[in-house]
Ligand binder design. Sequence first.
Ligand code: 5GP
Length: 185
Amino acid sequence: MARLFVISGPSGAGKGTLIRGVLEQRPDIAEVATSATTRPKRPGEEEGREYFFLSTDAFLAKVDEDDFVEWVEFAGNHYGTLKSEVDRLLSQGANVILELEVDGSLVIKEARPDACLIFIDTDLTELRRRLISRQTEGLDEIDRRLQIAEEQSKDKLRFDHVVHNDEVERAVAELLATLERELGR
Ligand code: 5GP
């Protein structure tokens, strides 16, 4: 049976880096579902790869049509998991990874109690350093994301596993071991 994994944690905690690290070692372990968003495309991002980039009107039309498993407003933009994308991957027999912010993850747990929720944690000083060095957001936006991160950290106890991203290589190994344990291999 294909499994649904939700990987969450504060913006800048390194979710994307750890997921990429795991897939480099075990490309067969899961497929990452592409979300829809209304946030502007960053340099280097591609339509349908990082996200399906939608206008707010197009996004809200999909909300009305009940096309999302979950959707949230995060830091001024909309993000949502498309039912069609998750179903497409699961029906191919693939384990699916969703990379979501915290509120959306908890919604998934209600809709799909069999989903396995993993929280990627990091301390706030390190988070600030990473968000600044990544240079994808301005300082106001970084402060906003740090405030959200502080709030979100309280929810980590509701996750099945917490992986502390103190050092990337070690954290990748721990995330991979966690996935393998859940899959029983
Ligand atoms: P970013 O703007 O940095 O790409 O993403 C901001 C946050 O939104 C990240 O924490 C990311 O994991 C989360 N996110 C991306 N797609 C979705 C989604 O479909 N649903 C939810 N709830 N969060 C998402």
